[in-house]
Design a binder for this molecule. Structure first.
Ligand code: CP
Length: 291
């Protein structure tokens, strides 16, 4: 079976930290590595995307490859062709497959039948490529990854789960703050509280994500009410470690999960984090395709 990247646990800590180091080197010299020269990568999007599409498409190109973006409705999948047959055919043409879809089980099934590496570009349960960029951003800000603390404040979604899983894999202490009954309770942060100030104490980074994820629109009003005390603002950053930074998966909703002052202010690394998607995913593609 080829190496896949479905929830991040496919990597050891040493492999993950080496990948982050490699991503930093690739950022410094973006056109030096061409492991995809003459090869293509399929990027299947069954959900909308700005950052993931941009960063993968540009990243594959920088690695010398040809990205083939396939949107929902363009594949025979939308007319009932199976994931198995789709995987069998895609793997005859491309060096790797990225897929963004809803059910995580679909990505697992695609990987089971793929002869080339499959990368999870977001499912309802996991968003591990986002956390690769998050760890690279921490490395840039603090010179290391291991031993840092991140406080995730807000809705317990796929990003929160991947931050808990992949962050812990990288030696980061991940604390969560969410209202009682939030799905974050079913995630795996090292500590969980309903008090944001408690979660951010000693944190090197405070992490926000949208309060209403894709597919959760029917509960938007309740989520906004429940999560109102979990907004990231300058006062909350003041309670973290000196020099703490703000991170955000994006897209952001200024005034909801994060204030505009933080989102566009001097204590954030959010826009670097968005750029780092490309560098981190290039290191991942190189690892999976070239070994
Ligand atoms: N953070 C992230 O995955 O952004 P997109 O949904 O725009 O790809």
């Amino acid at each position: 079976m080829p190496p896949h990247f479905l929830d991040g646990t496919e990597l050891s800590r040493d492999e993950l930290l080496a990948l982050i180091d490699r991503a930093a080197a690739m950022k410094a010299h973006p056109l030096d590595a061409r492991p995809l020269a003459g090869r293509s990568v399929a990027l299947v999007f069954e959900r909308p995307s700005t950052r993931t599409r941009l960063s993968f498409e540009a990243g594959v190109f920088e690695l010398g490859g040809h990205p083939i973006v396939l949107r929902s409705g363009e594949l025979q999948l939308s007319r009932g062709e199976s994931l198995r047959d789709t995987a069998l055919v895609l793997a005859r043409h491309v060096a790797a497959i990225g897929i963004r879809t809803g059910p995580h089980a679909d990505v697992v099934e695609l990987a089971e039948h793929s002869a080339v590496p499959v990368i999870n570009m977001l499912t309802a349960d996991h968003h591990p490529v986002q956390v690769l960029a998050d760890l690279l951003t921490l490395r840039e800000a603090f010179g290391r990854v291991e031993g840092l603390k991140i406080a995730y404040v807000g809705d317990g979604n796929n990003v929160a789960r991947s931050l808990a899983v992949v962050g812990a894999l990288g030696g980061v202490e991940v604390a969560g703050a969410a209202p009682a009954g939030d799905p974050l309770e079913a995630g795996r942060p090292a500590t969980l509280t309903d008090d944001p100030a408690e979660a951010v104490a000693g944190a090197h980074a405070i992490y926000a994500d949208v309060w209403v994820s894709m597919g959760d629109e029917d509960t938007a009003d309740r989520r906004r009410a429940d999560l109102a005390p979990y907004r990231i603002d300058d006062a909350l950053l003041d309670r973290a470690a000196p020099g703490a930074i703000a991170l955000h998966c994006l897209p952001a909703h200024p005034g909801e999960e994060i204030t505009a002052e933080v989102l566009y202010g001097s204590r954030q690394r959010i826009w670097d984090e968005a750029e780092n998607r490309r560098h981190a995913q290039k290191a991942l593609l190189e690892l999976l395709v070239a070994g």
